[in-house]
Design a protein around this ligand. Sequence first.
Ligand SMILES: Cc1ncc(COP(=O)(O)O)c(C=O)c1O
Length: 369
Amino acid sequence: MTDVKVPFIDLQLRFQEEREELLACVERVLAKGHLVMTPEVAEFEQQVVDYTGAKHCVSCGNGTDGLMLAMWALGIGKGDEVITTPISFVASTGSIAHVGATPIYADVRDDQNIDPAEIEKKITPKTKAIMPVHWGGRVADMNAIMDIAKRHKLLIVEDSAQSMGAYYHGQHGGTFGEAGTISTHPLKNLNAIGDGGMLLTNDDEVARKTRLYRNHGLQDRDTCVLYGVNSRLDVLNAEVLKYRLTRLDDVIGRRRRNVAIYQDKIRAKQVYIPPVRSHEKHSYVMFLVQADNRDALKAHLEKHGVQSLVYYGTPLHLHPAATKLGYKRGDFPVAERQADRVLALPHHQHLTPEQIVQVAEAVNEFYGA
Ligand SMILES: Cc1ncc(COP(=O)(O)O)c(C=O)c1O
């Protein structure tokens, strides 16, 4: 690439902006000398409860573990089918496979989220749960999904990895179903300094079980009541996330401002920007457009020093790992078409309005718009 003028993400700038506070987090944690499951972890969980309105937050090692912890706690496993979307990061499907259940795909709508009408067609006597993914930070159509789950007595585990700060009819993503999980991977808008994650639930029993599972099933230091795993949120990350959660609305606000500029400045009709409906509050972990001639557009942007990324060029049912699920190209036409067209444009909070205009103009130039 020519010199990068508009980076896709800039974690070094984030460090510069937060240097003092982050180093103070390190100082506080190291000075206390306690590094595992200290009160900082519980304080962070309480802060998330206050922010999201969930009854419980159970932090864990990463978002993928959160999904598996939730499914273990809900008894989802061998012989069960879980309906999910082919448009996601591989962890959604991977977590279903890892608890021993079978992932069943349903196609998506034009906004890339699972289509409730397609879910309904996939229900069999083996269906145990639905796993919608709130892709990019837009909450899936939860009213319709909850209605299906209720009528067919299905559980809902939301892959809300990208929905910290995302709302649907005023309710926070990840709080609709039996459980929802959040990732604090460095590329999320509430990001740890490494991996991290959590599970949201309104169900006391799910909270109780997952608290045990994430810490070896230990009720106390000397009593193991079930065999669990080690998936604890690091104390340093808990302290960093406590601080960053206080800044999350500002981060999302700046991203939203950048997206508004794109919406105003991109004239090319060849670029489809799925509209945000009045009942949706997008968290803009990613700003995803669907573009004709996507790969050439990406190369054109690169020449202008603009980094963009394809999230993702292969829908989940067409990965080699999915071979044994028996799907083929053509099974999910909407998702497949989107995978050929989708592009994430840089929109992070450290970009200036001038940089966003520069990207929008490069897009227009490519299409002669
Ligand atoms: C939609 C989705 N699901 C699951 C995950 C997994 O989260 P983690 O990387 O924290 O395990 C991610 C994030 O990477 C994601 O974007």
